[in-house]
Design a protein around this ligand. Structure first.
Ligand SMILES: O=C(CO)[C@H](O)[C@H](O)COP(=O)(O)O
Length: 227
């Protein structure tokens, strides 16, 4: 296994230590989450009773494949722990997410969790957010106008494509990948973008992460909000 994949696996598997019997778990999206889910499925086979809330169709597919029980989100009152990946994590534990295009469902689920755990390989740690183009989910109708409005905030938005076609999110929307300069004030930028008509959600997950688990050459590093 290549080194980066090993770091993801280490972080994903470590996060499972926070799961207890009877919990409702938010299942994030992405390749690091894949390893977490693999480990969860082993525990479920050994008798752990949990129910999962998937944040993407892909995650839902993995859960079904791995035998992880799922619950209909409309019947969920609380999520004990959500475990999700990230594209960038800054020194204040603010996140940029949405590289896989699942940011809306991720935010809806992650924000409801009593504990939100972020899992990532060490390359995701940054001093300041902004190197990774910020994903913004927008309504398809009039997206060109929305893109111009986002550009007025100092970004270069690019419509996400996949296999030669416009990428469509699980919610039927488009994603604009917006290259900003360094994002020094993520909360403010999120509010500004979110205030634009046509914008569904931004990939800035501000003041949400409780614990970050980083996979690296030493194994795992745990970073907490109150460090
Ligand atoms: O936000 C996400 C998907 O929308 C992912 O969590 C993020 O892109 C990280 O993915 P990976 O674990 O594959 O690096």
């Amino acid at each position: 296994m290549e080194q980066l994949e090993m770091y993801k696996k280490l972080a994903g598997e470590k996060a499972v230590e926070y799961i207890e019997d009877g919990m409702t778990i938010g299942l994030g999206s992405g390749s690091t989450v894949y390893w977490m889910m693999k480990k969860v499925s082993e525990l479920v086979k050994d008798g752990l009773t949990i129910q999962g809330v998937p944040t993407s169709k892909r995650t839902e597919g993995w859960a079904k494949e791995f035998g992880i029980p799922l619950v209909d989100f409309s019947n969920v009152e609380k999520i004990d722990v959500a475990i999700d990946g990230a594209d960038e994590i800054d020194s204040e534990l603010q996140l940029a997410k949405g590289g896989g295009g699942s940011l809306v469902r991720e935010k809806i689920v992650d924000i409801l969790a009593e504990k939100f755990i972020v899992i990532a390989d060490k390359t995701k740690l940054v001093k300041t957010l902004g190197k990774f183009p910020l994903p913004v989910e927008v309504v398809p109708f009039g997206y060109e106008v929305t893109a111009k409005r986002i550009a007025n905030l100092g970004a270069t938005p690019v419509l996400r494509m996949k296999d030669g076609k416009v990428f469509v999110s699980d919610n039927g929307n488009y994603i604009l990948d917006c290259q900003f300069q360094a994002i020094e004030q993520p909360e403010l930028l999120h509010e500004e973008i979110k205030g634009l008509v046509g914008v569904v959600e931004t990939g800035l997950f501000v003041n949400m992460a409780d614990i970050v688990i980083i996979g690296n050459e030493q194994g795992t590093e745990i970073i907490t909000k109150n460090r």
